[in-house]
Design a protein around this ligand. Structure first.
Ligand code: B12
Length: 216
């Protein structure tokens, strides 16, 4: 691992908000891309924070502080990303499912999709399934991304799928899921169209969805 990435990870793991911006700037100066810094440095650091939380070494306060450090860094990196031709590729609805307030990953997905030419309609966190389906129905947007980190909230995915089916909209919409508790197996079980393990994967998935919808 590059030294500057290790410094970014360390700043996240130890919640050093006075260090994070300089650490990120150093990575940029060494030629690393914002995406590399996010995926390897910031997400890598948060993975360790999650492990420490699970081990009982960190508590909720540490999760909050580490999350704030990452949010500060992504805010700065957002300005460094090429905004692309915003909206050129069409619109995507993003939401974190009901009961789940994790939004760092969703916001990174939104940031990278925007930089790659999508217009993102971000419904936020803890979004009721009915609200997600109403947004699809009212806007006619055919691309939907759901973020889920809590295992306990997984049933919300199926709820969205079932509500879309009940409204006769399921076949018109392509759905991707992502977040710490997701997998391809879960995507298959929930009846959604794809699982993406990263924000970069999200771009490939929505590009593929667009082509499939054009052919259909
Ligand atoms: C930071 C954090 C928090 C912060 C969140 C701050 C915020 N603004 O988001 C706070 C303090 C709020 C929090 C709260 C809780 N948390 Co928390 N949290 C985390 C932590 C450490 C990091 C999450 C994160 O941001 N990761 C970095 C981002 C970039 O990764 P990501 O979300 O996975 O997103 C990437 C990909 O998955 C993908 N992606 C994400 N979404 C999507 C969507 C699509 C469509 C696609 C294609 C791709 C995609 O792209 C992203 C970028 O590459 C994780 C540990 C972990 N390793 O995940 C625990 C973790 C998720 N939390 C956990 C828990 C238990 C909780 C609490 C219940 C704790 C408590 N006792 O209160 C609460 C729940 C609150 C709620 N109702 O939601 C558990 C969940 C266990 C489980 N399997 O259910 C974890 C796994 C920690 C652990 N190991 O135990 N948490």
């Amino acid at each position: 691992m590059k030294e500057c990435i290790a410094v970014v990870q360390d700043a996240v793991i130890h919640m050093k908000d006075d260090v994070i911006i300089d650490a990120v700037k150093k990575c940029l100066a060494e030629g690393l891309s914002p995406i590399q810094i996010i995926e390897e440095g910031l997400s890598g650091g948060l993975d360790v924070v999650g492990q420490k939380f699970e081990a009982g070494e960190y508590y909720l306060a540490e999760l909050i502080m580490a999350g704030d450090v990452v949010t500060e860094a992504t805010g700065m990196l957002k300005d460094k990303m090429d905004p692309g031709d915003m909206g050129k590729k069409g619109k995507v609805i993003l939401a974190t499912v009901k009961g789940d307030v994790h939004d760092i990953g969703k916001n990174i997905v939104a940031m990278i999709l925007s930089a790659q030419g999508y217009e993102v309609v971000d419904l936020g966190v803890d979004v009721a399934s009915e609200k997600i389906v109403a947004a699809v129905s009212e806007t006619g947007i055919q691309l939907l991304g759901l973020s889920i980190l809590l295992t306990t909230m997984v049933p919300a995915i199926k709820e969205v799928v079932d509500l879309l089916t009940a409204k006769g909209l399921r076949k018109k919409v392509k759905i991707a899921i992502g977040g710490a508790c997701c997998s391809q197996q879960l995507a298959d079980e929930m009846g959604v169209d794809a699982f993406g393990e990263s924000a970069v994967a999200a771009v490939d998935i929505f590009d593929r969805f667009k082509k499939e919808l054009e052919i259909a």
